[in-house]
Design a protein around this ligand. Structure first.
Ligand SMILES: [Zn+2]
Length: 388
């Protein structure tokens, strides 16, 4: 027995208008200072006020949100006593909103106890709406929560199916002016979700079609969205949809090795999530295909690339991903991130430990040993083709 979970997805032009008639009394918006500055929180408040709601804004979410911020936000939330919680922003704000919501409903809970096997009993006090302002994380359609433990210098991957947003509002107006670098980082994150969602050990019939469609949309529209920005509203809308579709896909089949390694890297060196995970995607494919039982050739075939056998398909897919990354000026190696060799070597044991213990490692079809994991990090640092 397993589940396919999805929020109600409201998408397309004027999707935010959905809020105008939302029933309820008090809405608490969780966001970050940049989104506040851009006026998006005020825009969402306007819609909620039209619905007759009182609103409060917590705009202190930092990139890679910390446990401390989440605890502070949950305390503010308890004072305001909302019946709706709105996560507005990128993955950080939406994840922070999920975690704050859980602690608001369950103040007795230690965040480390948030796992898929613990019944939380949410929705006694409030429900959750997620509104993405980037096209990448798909956090509006997933129940995973990534927080940073600043003391331990590692990512905490938490999650509960109950923490899935009730409603996802995917409005392209919120991403029309996204800066190119964020378009690139988050777009590559979405691609990594879709590829890993299709090939993870937990891949399933319900997610396959979603992942393939997201992959197709991203290869077609990410270069356009990156190069033309607000002049190409079609590319913006397609990328916004693609990120959510990829979220629905991998959210129900999990990610894999590239995410485990990317989480590890991001926890130590503070590399943006999408850049961190997508750097490892080609290396993880090269490594995983050597273990057999993969289905990269199916993706390659779907994209019209050479896919005569599994190894050929994997190679074409890796080439296509590298070409896409070059088109949008993304780094292809860990060294290109500006991490000095000595610094990298000094932190290698920590990277390996963090990757090996990451939740997304379990769903990789070929799990590297500690030695292989260390070697994979070295190859990704140097940009070498994986041959083991
Ligand atoms: Zn991701």
């Amino acid at each position: 027995m397993w589940y396919f979970k999805s929020p109600e997805v409201v998408y397309g032009d004027d999707a935010l208008g959905y809020l105008d008639t939302l029933p309820g009394n008090r809405a608490f918006i969780v966001t970050d200072p940049v989104i506040l500055e851009l006026g998006f929180a005020a825009l969402v408040e306007e819609h909620l006020n039209t619905a007759g709601m009182q609103t409060a804004v917590f705009a202190e979410v930092e990139p890679e949100p910390s446990l401390q911020t989440v605890r502070r936000g949950a305390a503010t939330m308890r004072d305001f006593a909302p019946d709706w919680i709105i996560g507005l922003g990128g993955g950080s704000s939406m994840d922070a909103a999920k975690a704050m919501w859980i602690l608001y409903e369950r103040p007795d809970l230690d965040p480390a106890e948030i796992n898929p096997f613990t019944e939380l009993g949410l929705r006694q006090k409030a429900r959750l709406i997620a509104i993405p302002t980037t096209s990448g994380t798909g956090a509006e359609a997933t129940w995973g929560i990534v927080l940073t433990d600043e003391v331990e210098q590692r990512k905490l991957a938490l999650g509960s199916r109950e923490a899935l947003p009730d409603i996802a509002i995917v409005d392209p107006a919120l991403v029309i002016n996204l800066p190119p670098q964020i378009t690139a980082d988050t777009g590559m994150d979405a691609l990594t979700h879709a590829v890993e969602g299709y090939t993870s050990a937990w891949h399933n019939d319900f997610c396959d079609g979603l992942c393939l469609q997201a992959i197709k949309l991203i290869f077609e529209y990410l270069p356009r969205a990156y190069a033309r920005g607000s002049e190409d509203p079609e590319a913006r809308e397609k990328m916004h949809n693609a990120a959510c579709i990829a979220g629905l896909g991998f959210g129900n089949s999990m990610a894999a090795l590239a995410h485990a390694m990317g989480h590890a890297l991001g926890g130590v060196f503070h590399v943006p999530h999408g850049r961190a995970v997508s750097i490892f995607l080609p290396y993880s494919i090269e490594f995983t295909v050597r273990g057999g039982g993969t289905r990269y050739a199916e993706i390659a075939h779907f994209l019209g690339l050479a896919a005569g056998d599994e190894a050929t398909g994997a190679r074409s897919l890796v080439e296509a991903i590298r070409k896409l990354a070059r088109q949008i000026n993304q780094p292809q190696t860990v060294r290109e991130l500006g991490i000095a060799p000595a610094e990298f070597e000094a932190n290698l044991p920590k990277l390996v430990t963090n990757a090996e213990t990451d939740t997304q490692m379990v769903t990789s079809t070929r799990m590297p040993s500690v030695e292989q994991c260390e070697q994979l990090f070295r190859y990704a640092y140097e940009g070498r083709e994986v041959d083991f």
